[in-house]
Design a protein around this ligand. Structure first.
Ligand code: GLA
Ligand code: ZN
Length: 681
């Protein structure tokens, strides 16, 4: 827990506000304030891309417009999140100092354009950022409107210029000390890749077809460290001048499947921010999955970002309608905006903020959803739905700061994801590590059982059940962490493609690591990768389940067999086992199964661990119930993610915060309807 929290007792509602695009339109700026009140918006993120308005020519600073806007928002009763502008820079800077431009992985210097494309090493860029950030801190660091700092925007990408190459080499020297150690970790002699001088190290590139997996992995680790280093450089003046103001930077997800952002290890980054915030853009109403299945993915990713600091987080950006960058930019159906906004709060967010307050008039985001459309009207549907969210957030304001408690954890590890994606073997089209975790998560989401998604940095001891599928990369430290967890009474679930390599992606020798053999009571021999159309079957508790993609062939030692393969040359061999180890238990799921198996398998574990007891609301398919707790009360968010009316049975009576009335026995939810129920403990 950090001691810096957002000093405002409202749930934040508002979002990215770019008055710098409208300085020649005084009537629009005036109208913004009127509309902000009508939208029941209270927080605005200013300055994200305002560098050219703040410093139109080198060394000449214009703050008047920002002074005026911050003051006007404050007078209206609103608060401000102030961004540092490094996400995009003025054209004069790129022209005068080309070193600030990024170099692509095929070693091409980029031209000015786009955004999020500066070199993280450039001393000149760092100097320019330090100057503008200090000026912002001096001018606004103690302004009563200032709620928090928003550093840059959606940090991402890498730079392959000479400065970055040198930094990478220094990072490696610090990590390995000697070339012998580096060459051992990278398995240097393979294809004659032994490095004989540090200057021979080059960042991975498609031109170089880098197949040195240790190098690829270290580059990704370096990029995370270098991005954090840039962020730490940005916050120096802010910490110095405004030490009590919390600092965040907005994280992302990789959209189509809403899997964790792949390019940066956020479990490392999270250590350096006061509050985790992130930008969430699910493709609601798409044509490849049911609403409830997408809702489960939204639950998963929010639980991951909440669990990074085990405290409430912020949704920094979301859209009131559609976006402009999905394959198809569909608008949210009536009701979905309130439902999806409440889902953020249900999973631990203390805000619903948008990109963007007002649709820009030109350039690439002029058709991106916004609270205020080009019609500047408060009567259109989207504005009305936003204002309804504002009203709902006011009614449930007391949930701010409350926590989620989970007894189940699913492990997600960024480095494992990188190494497994890079591994040449198995099948690239079916590895799907984060998607597999989403499936395990589903078995709990459907039952309304809270789950934390934790990384390997975190403590496991407080969880009754830890699920760590496809943990391909396991260092000896990780193995002993898992061993301690089970030995001390925990229940652990592992799966196919686990425990195969160490932290530099070198295969473990002497077969499956001895400690894993002991924990699971088995010895893994082979992983059979199936063609996408291949199927096998396993029997479990007298029922048959389809399996595909991966089958582990293993020998049973002490474990009890729970399921066996029905076909192929390993017919009759164990497929799923359980093993008692120390005071705990370990399960190994050898094959990729259909969802029904995971649901039934986890139902047994849920019963055994009493994870599903004391339900106040009976499960209803497609209706998700999520809980937040304060010391005295708890809150249940009951969310209908179906296109049908649903009747839900209550075992206790509750106070409905949205409708301000008592609810008991049964509630009816219209399609996409949400209700927030409160009960004292
Ligand atoms: C990101 C950016 C915003 C905006 C939105 C559009 O989240 O941070 O500036 O471009 O995407 O969805
Ligand atoms: Zn660079």
């Amino acid at each position: 827990m950090t001691d810096k929290t957002v000093a405002d007792n409202r749930l934040l509602h508002g979002g990215d506000y770019n008055p710098d695009q409208w300085l020649d339109y005084p009537e629009i700026l005036k109208d913004d304030l009127r509309l902000m009140k009508l939208a029941k918006a209270n927080t605005f993120t200013l300055g994200v891309f305002a560098w050219s308005a703040l410093e139109p020519t080198e060394g000449e600073f214009h703050f008047d417009w920002l002074d005026e806007r911050i003051e006007a928002i404050y007078q209206m009763g609103g608060r401000v999140i102030l961004a540092t502008p490094s996400g995009a820079r003025p054209a004069w800077m790129s022209k005068k100092y080309p070193e600030v431009l990024r170099t692509t992985e095929n070693r091409m210097k980029m031209l000015h354009g786009g955004r999020h494309n500066h070199c993280f090493s450039s001393p000149i860029y760092r100097e320019k950022v330090a100057i503008i950030n200090r000026k912002l801190a001096e001018r606004y660091g103690n302004h009563p409107a200032l709620l928090m700092w928003h550093i840059s925007n959606e940090y991402s990408g890498d730079c392959h210029c000479g400065l970055c190459q040198d930094n990478f080499r220094n990072w490696l020297k610090k990590k390995y000390g000697t070339l012998d150690k580096l060459n051992h970790a990278w398995w240097g002699p393979f294809w004659s890749h032994t490095i004989t001088d540090w200057s021979e190290v080059e960042s991975p590139s498609s031109i170089g077809e880098s197949m040195v997996h240790g190098l690829n992995l270290d580059w990704k680790r370096f990029v995370t460290d270098q991005t954090i280093d840039f962020y730490k450089h940005e916050i120096v003046p802010l910490r110095e001048i405004s030490p009590s103001i919390p600092i965040t930077t907005n994280f992302m997800a990789d959209t189509h499947d809403l899997i964790p952002f792949q390019s940066l290890n956020y479990s490392e980054f999270a250590k350096h921010v006061d509050i985790v915030s992130w930008d969430c853009y699910p493709a609601w109403h798409n044509d490849w999955e049911e609403t409830k299945d997408l809702a489960a993915k939204v639950g998963f990713i929010n639980d991951l970002y909440r669990s990074l600091k085990q405290q409430p987080f912020l949704i920094m950006e979301s859209t009131p309608s559609g976006v402009n960058w999905h394959d198809v930019n569909k608008t949210k159906r009536p009701g979905m905006h309130l439902l999806s906004s409440m889902q953020f709060i249900a999973h631990g967010s203390d805000s619903v903020l948008y990109f963007q307050w007002r649709k820009s008039r030109g350039s690439s985001e002029k058709f991106h959803g916004a609270v205020v459309d080009h019609d500047n009207s408060e009567t259109n549907r989207v504005f009305q739905e936003v204002s309804a969210v504002g009203g709902a957030l006011e009614k449930i304001a007391e949930v701010k700061g409350t926590h989620k408690q989970a007894r189940v954890a699913i492990v997600y590890d960024w480095e494992n994801n990188w190494a497994l994606n890079d591994a040449q073997g198995f099948s690239d089209s079916t590895k799907q590590y984060p998607q597999t975790l989403q499936k395990h998560y589903q078995s709990f989401w459907k039952k309304d059982i809270s789950v934390d998604i934790v990384t390997l940095n975190q403590e496991l001891a407080s969880y009754d059940l830890v699920i760590a599928p496809m943990l391909y990369m396991m260092s000896l430290d990780t193995i002993s962490k898992l061993e301690n967890y089970v030995a001390n009474g925990g229940t652990l679930v592992s799966s196919y493609i686990s425990g195969l390599v160490n932290e530099t992606d070198l295969a473990h020798l002497s077969g499956w690591p001895a400690t894993l053999k002991r924990i699971f009571g088995i010895d893994v021999k082979e992983t059979d990768t199936l063609y996408p159309k291949d199927r096998n079957t396993l029997t479990y508790n007298g029922k048959q389940y389809e399996i595909k993609d991966y089958c582990t062939i293993f020998e049973r030692k002490e474990a009890n067999i729970l399921a066996t393969y029905m076909e192929d040359f390993y017919q009759g061999n164990p497929a799923v086992v359980e093993n008692c180890y120390g005071k705990g238990k370990a399960y190994f799921i050898g094959a990729r199964t259909e969802q029904a198996f995971l649901d039934d398998f986890y139902e047994e574990l849920q019963k055994e661990g009493n994870l599903d007891s004391e339900r106040e609301i009976l499960h209803k398919e497609g209706v998700s119930v999520q809980r937040r707790d304060s010391a005295e009360c708890y809150y249940l968010f009951v969310m209908n993610f179906t296109e049908q009316k649903q009747t839900v049975t209550l075992k206790e009576s509750f106070f409905d915060l949205l409708k301000q009335e008592i609810k008991q026995e049964q509630i009816e939810l219209l399609p996409y309807e949400v209700t927030v129920l409160k009960r004292e403990k």
